[in-house]
Design a protein around this ligand. Structure first.
Ligand code: PSU
Ligand code: MN
Length: 300
């Protein structure tokens, strides 16, 4: 393994025996949810992966190393400290060289997971093109990294705080295959349905077959598998849109990497915790699907 990478014991054993591994991000813990629900969720996600046959690899940067798999103390630190850096791919060298503890975003996690040879990654929702990006140029590095990392990424679509049609256009421009798992509309994170059609797949085999075809053809982007929030936990878009507008207004002074965490936090407050429940439910569901995909990929 690369000298900058430290594997947890269970990931090390999984690598040795070619067992299925599922990558998990840590920004959702450090910057996406409040304490202590973030820690509880991080631990529960790892258990869901194990219960579904995959070894969880929560990824972050700590003490100048890329950590593939975190122990409880490190998860606790990520969840409770306000000194944790938010690391997209471009912050990786800074975090490594300075020794700062950093949580990896979708982009940072994809890069590190790929270095470790992991093929499947489950997150909550990917970043995308922000509203007003025509002027601000605020487009998440998640999209760029997805376009150059040959993995399967499971997401509940993209947050409706983004410009969703522009995000879909950008995914097309970057030639990233997008599939709906048991849905034919692009899910909006908190909301199960949308007005944006996507191609539907109804089996795990369907996903892994296409991913293998990509690999055989030398297509080196991620495949995006969109898994809508479980219907019983969703907040329909008609209900969400008002809260989103308000959150965007209240945070309009912010720029750069602060925007996404601030918006998520405001929305949790405005929905009196309902959005947090939806967020937890969707990421749990994504981890379950991700683990099943990792198992299927490993068995063939
Ligand atoms: N989805 C969540 N919670 C989050 C994020 C996504 O449910 O906290 C994070 C992810 O780590 C994603 C990041 O990569 O937000 C995108 O940030 P930005 O828009 O600044 O690129
Ligand atoms: Mn941004």
């Amino acid at each position: 393994m690369h000298k900058l990478i430290v594997l947890s014991q269970e990931v090390f054993e999984a690598v040795q025996h070619s067992r299925p591994i599922l990558a998990l991000e840590s920004t959702i813990i450090a910057h996406g949810m409040p304490y202590p629900q973030n820690l509880e969720t991080a631990l529960k996600l790892e258990q869901i992966a194990r219960d579904n046959g995959a070894v969880p690899a929560t990824i972050c940067i700590h003490d100048g190393k890329i950590r593939i798999g975190c122990d409880r103390d490190l998860l606790e630190h990520l969840a409770s400290s306000d000194q944790v850096l938010k690391a997209g791919t471009r912050e990786i060298p800074e975090a490594l060289a300075s020794g700062t503890t950093a949580a990896t975003t979708v982009s940072g996690t994809l890069h590190c997971a790929n270095m470790a040879g992991i093929k499947v990654f489950a997150t909550g929702g990917i970043g995308g093109v922000h509203r007003g990006a025509g002027l601000s140029f605020d487009v998440s590095a998640d999209l760029t990294q997805l376009s150059r990392t040959p993995m399967i990424t499971v997401t509940a679509g993209a947050k409706a705080i983004l410009d969703v049609p522009a995000t879909l256009e950008y995914l097309e421009t970057l030639a990233i295959p997008v599939y709906g798992f048991c849905t034919d509309t692009f899910p909006l994170f908190y909301s199960h349905f949308s007005q944006y059609p996507i191609r539907k797949l109804v089996s795990i085999d369907g996903i892994t077959t296409r991913f293998k075809m990509m690999q055989e053809c030398g297509i080196t982007s991620s495949m995006l598998v969109c898994n809508p929030v479980p219907i019983e936990s969703e907040i329909p878009y008609e209900e969400m849109s008002g809260w989103i507008e308000k959150a965007l207004e209240e945070n309009s002074h912010l720029r750069g990497p602060e925007i996404t965490p601030a918006l998520l936090k405001t929305i949790v407050e405005k929905t009196q915790g309902r959005s947090l429940k939806a967020n937890i439910a969707l990421v749990e569901s994504n981890v379950k699907l991700g683990a099943m995909i990792a198992v299927n990929l490993c068995n063939e």
